[in-house]
Design a protein around this ligand. Sequence first.
Ligand SMILES: Nc1ncnc2c1ncn2[C@@H]1O[C@H](COP(=O)(O)OP(=O)(O)OP(=O)(O)O)[C@@H](O)[C@H]1O
Length: 236
Amino acid sequence: MASLEVSGVTVSYGGNRVLDGVDLTAGPGRITGLIGPNGAGKSTLFDVVSGLRRPAAGRVSLDGRDVTRLGPARRARHGLARTFQRLELFGRLSVRDNLLVAAELGPDRRHAARAVTALLDRLGLEHLADSPAGALSTGAARLVEVGRALAVRPRLLLLDEPAAGQDGPETERFAALLRSVAADGTAVVLVEHDTGLVMDVCDEVHVLDLGKVIAAGTPAQVSRDAAVLAAYLGDA
Ligand SMILES: Nc1ncnc2c1ncn2[C@@H]1O[C@H](COP(=O)(O)OP(=O)(O)OP(=O)(O)O)[C@@H](O)[C@H]1O
């Protein structure tokens, strides 16, 4: 069963239709990429999936259950976690405490401190554990944001441009982290402008342009697709 099933999702801002009958599925243990030019509707689709925006039409299911009418908190309890393009860390708290706040909400709350130590190791952030989050480079801060989402042990993880601001070696380590998260059985949906990373780690890629899915398939299939080359890669 798909972890996430989006069907026929339509959203308008004023008279402007920004999502138009969008379908997307993401399965457990798989990394599903969602790419497209600026303004294509990727973040809006994440808002619909996470319950921050109610679609005018369409349906969202998590593990086969229709959650279209549920709010963000109920969806989070159903195993969904996401990161945002704009960083939302507590700048004065240490990296460890930022992770702890999240871990205390998740299934590991009784052993939150231990879970955070393991998470710091997994993220490669032990050396920054006691630094205030506000002092981090953008790349490291994004990793903490991903760590906060992982701290609740999600079954579905939505990542909105997690690699923005990372340097080459950071992106390589991040690719390995994504693979290990998927290997644990989590369904990962990745919105990312770094097409090299997307093509490297994703099992499947959906391409959104002007609110419509114009292609979906393996990275090799979509990177050969004429409509994708015209709409997206030509734009990059
Ligand atoms: N709150 C809003 N009110 C009105 N229009 C909005 C709002 N949020 C987004 N839009 C518009 O909706 C469209 C889709 O925006 P969205 O942020 O979902 O695209 P995106 O694919 O995530 O873009 P980017 O890659 O630049 O982050 C854009 O035309 C944007 O200007």
